[in-house]
Design a protein. Sequence first.
Length: 207
Amino acid sequence: MNARETVLGRVRDALALAPPAAVQVPREYRRSRTLPADRRRELLVDRLEDYGAAVHQCDAADAPGAIGTALRGTRRIGIPAGLDRRWVAEFGGEITVDSADVPPARLDELDGVVTGSAVTCAETGTIFLDSSADQGRRALTLVPDLHVCLVALSTVVAGVPEAVARLDPVRPTTLISGPSATSDIELDRVEGVHGPRTLHVVLLLDA
C-alpha cells in the first residue's frame, strides 16, 4: 500500500465513524446592536486617532476645504472614476483619474489618493472599501503614500456584524484600520509597508 492509499483509507474510516446526521451548531450569539449617532461618532474618532489617523469632522459643504487641507504639500493625486469631482475642488495640483489602463508605476508617482468608502465599523475603527465607483480598485488605495478617505456618518455602524451585513459578498473588499503599519520581532513599528503611511479620514456629519 502506497502513501496515497493510506491517506484515502484513513479518510474513508473517518467518514464511516462520523455521525449519520449533520451537527446543528447553535447560532445564539449577538448579530447586531445599535448605538446613537453621537456615540458611534465618538467611538469611531477615538479608534481612528488611536491608530494614528487624522480625523476631520465637518459637514459636506466644508469637505472640499478639509480635503484640501489634508492634501497640503502634495502635487499629484489619484481619484477613482466615480468620485464626485467637487470633493477635490480646492486641490490645485494634478489629478489622475484611475482606470485599469493606469499602470502601477504611474500609481507610484502619485503623492496621494482621495476615495469614498462603503461602510465603517465604529467599534474597531475599520473602514471598508468595496471597489465601488467612488472607491476604485484596490491598487489605487495601496500604492500612494497618502490616503484621504471620505466617510459619511450615516454609513458608520456599531460593530462588525452590522458592517458585514451591508457588504456585497461578491465584491472585493479592503479593510483599513489606520495607516498601514507592521512591527518586527522587537516590536519596532514601521509604517507604510503594506499601504499608505498616512491616513486622513474626512467624516461627513450631515451625510
